[in-house]
Design a protein around this ligand. Sequence first.
Ligand code: ATP
Ligand code: MG
Length: 228
Amino acid sequence: MITLENVSKVYPPSVHGLRDVSLTIDPGEFVSIVGQSGAGKTTLARLLIAEERPTQGRIEIGGWDITRIRPREVPELRRQIGVVFQDFKLLPKKTVWENVTFALEVAGASSKRIRDVVPQVLKIVGLDEKGHRFPRQLSGGEQQRVVIARALAHGPKILLADEPTGNLDTINTGEIIELLQKINAFGTTIVLVTHNREVVNSLRRRVITLGDGKVIADHRHGKYLLPS
Ligand SMILES: Nc1ncnc2c1ncn2[C@@H]1O[C@H](COP(=O)(O)OP(=O)(O)OP(=O)(O)O)[C@@H](O)[C@H]1O
Ligand SMILES: [Mg+2]
């Protein structure tokens, strides 16, 4: 469960990223976060992974108060929340296999676990045949699937994706969204930040709309309500 209680974020000197946001996301939900540019979506995403700290309020993830999390606890949080952001950030000189393996090594996984998990996650994202390729030998959609595989390797309870399809065409976008739905069906909570009206409307899942740092709509079977 993700809980925000009266969370505000002010960037110095006085830019409001979020204003008094309270919300709860239950385990297993698939939530889209929408809102116009500057509405606070990425601020919310960054707060959830403790890349930023709230100026006011309280954030809990799975019963863990991360409001004042210590730097040495951040890696543990990142294992619970897999992160997929728009800029792919794959290591260009490592293969698909090595990119996923490296993330697990850094997290201190045993070699047995690495041998078990890497083929599993590459299969989930449909890249088990392309493990030996380098990122430049993959399409944009495939690269994004590697990023998702890497996030899944830690067995996160939550997958947080900020504009994961921002650079992709319609077909690749559809594939990524299908993949997120499949991951959600396995039980992982999905938080998807997106500008994509078709994606949000086709999902028919919860939609939280932010505007000027506040929650302006929150619908269980929501639609993309903003003007484009
Ligand atoms: N590091 C920062 N320092 C100062 N102001 C920031 C910082 N990051 C974001 N902001 C400001 O906070 C507000 C919310 O930004 P945020 O990045 O959360 O918006 P967003 O909804 O993700 O927008 P977009 O759709 O363009 O990605 C904006 O006014 C932005 O200028
Ligand atoms: Mg953003």
